[in-house]
Design a protein around this ligand. Structure first.
Ligand code: ZN
Length: 247
């Protein structure tokens, strides 16, 4: 059974950034997992929540509903502070994500690029950096050895991808995106699932028009940049994130 692990920063990134791909692989019968770093408690759009804790609880429920719709096998929201991932120490979040990699043992990891995706949100940049180090260090016997002593095994994930696009937002400062090396065709079914999953995030309803505009521009494909591979190789144009992956 092939496994895909997606690391995100906020509830709704799984739908907005990766919804088509998660749905596509889930629909094909692969095992898919999402680990989201923050419960999105500092969001501008509050959905009527009276406190950060209440918003966090709402957004955890919305995330669970979106994951279910995207046929995700397990969706986990961690407890890091939204908007402050760049002010966390480096070691603990990487240890946390490394533990997830060693437990879930994915064949492929997808996450955002260090530029912060088209919105350049610093949390997006930080999840890219934390997830990248978790990808590399989960396979090493001399990193986070306490995890290995307590029974986990090192795990080398075969490929790491950053989500990317071929456009930037016209009304925002441009970002420098990773070049596209893989195109996943998600089809109309994938677009529909992605939009429906995003709309599970009802606290973020004011973002729906922006989101739908972005989805329309992306069309029936999601783009990725192959950032690292366990087997040394030249970059290729791929249409399947699992191309060349051994079970
Ligand atoms: Zn986000």
């Amino acid at each position: 059974m092939l496994r895909l692990l997606c690391f995100t920063a906020h509830p709704d990134d799984e739908a907005g950034g990766f919804g088509g791909t998660l749905f596509h692989y889930g629909d094909c019968g692969l095992e898919t997992h999402v680990v989201c770093m923050t419960p999105g408690q500092a969001a501008t759009h509050r959905g009527g929540a009276k406190s950060d804790n209440e918003l966090a609880r709402m957004r955890r429920r919305e995330f669970a509903a979106a994951c279910k719709l995207l046929k995700v096998n397990s969706g986990t929201v961690l407890y890091y502070p939204h908007g402050k991932l760049d002010r966390q120490d480096f070691y603990s979040p990487v240890a946390d994500l490394t533990r997830r990699v060693r437990k879930l043992r994915p064949h492929v990891i997808i996450t955002m690029g260090p530029e912060g995706a088209i919105t350049a949100h610093p949390d997006h940049s930080m999840i890219a950096i934390f997830a990248t180090m978790a990808f590399h260090w989960a396979g090493r016997t001399n990193r986070f050895t306490d995890q290995l002593e307590s029974g986990l095994q090192p795990h080398r994930t075969q490929k790491l991808y950053y989500g990317t696009t071929l456009f930037t937002m016209p009304d925002r400062q441009p970002v420098s995106l990773p070049p596209t090396t893989a195109i996943v065709r998600i089809g109309q079914k994938g677009i529909d699932a992605k939009v429906a999953a995003f709309k599970c995030h009802t606290s973020q309803a004011p973002l729906f028009p922006f989101f739908e505009e972005t989805v329309r521009r992306r069309g029936s494909q999601e783009l990725f940049h192959l950032a690292a591979t366990a087997t040394p190789m030249k970059a290729q144009n791929e249409t399947d994130l699992f191309a060349g992956v051994a079970e």
